[in-house]
Design a protein. Structure first.
Length: 184
């Protein structure tokens, strides 16, 4: 694919709840992607079973160049549901270009969001709107090196990793001694 300097993480909308199908096809054609998933318990035929579902509806992240993404979207009908999320949609004062997630932010998010157990919970970014918090880095434990913001979520203080008002994931418990305050 394209020049490494132009490879970025692009958050993309997936229409009509086809996230899992799009991810499977991207994996098949070897396009790096990330789809945050969670496990839910479903009832089928009187039996309970675990099922993986997208943790954030209609959202997947692709890592490539913009021209390459556009090319594969046009080349493969299976990728027709993909839509760029434009910067302008989140901030009207920015140019009408596709949104790019910085590598460091995406790395933090993926390190936390990859957990499908009770150690993390996905949060609607609107739930965090207007809540200020102190930036911290986790210094010990399973999430060592992850940076986020301490904020109150559902009556408890949690470390939250948020991406551009698109998605947020909170670590359910982090001992205070594992946190290092960061300067903004």
């Amino acid at each position: 694919m394209g020049n490494d300097d132009n490879i970025h993480w692009y958050p993309m909308r997936v229409t009509y709840g086809r996230e899992l199908r799009v991810k499977a096809f991207l994996d098949e054609i070897a396009v790096e992607n990330f789809l945050p998933v969670k496990q839910v318990i479903t009832q089928r035929g009187g039996h309970r079973q675990f099922e993986k579902v997208p943790a954030v509806n209609n959202l997947i992240f692709l890592r490539s160049t913009q021209p390459d993404i556009t090319l594969i979207k046009n080349e493969y009908g299976e990728l027709e549901p993909l839509r760029y999320i434009m910067r302008h949609a989140l901030d009207p004062n920015t140019p009408r270009l596709p949104l790019i997630v910085p590598n460091k932010d995406m790395d933090n998010f993926m390190r936390v969001a990859v957990h499908e157990d009770d150690s993390v919970m996905f949060v609607d970014p609107m739930e965090l709107d207007g809540k200020a918090g102190q930036r911290v880095m986790i210094t010990q434990g399973e999430f060592t090196g992850v940076e986020g913001i301490i904020t109150r979520v559902r009556r408890n203080k949690r470390v939250v990793v948020q991406l551009c008002n698109l998605a947020a994931v909170a670590i359910t418990f982090t001992p205070p001694v594992y946190l290092k305050l960061l300067d903004d």
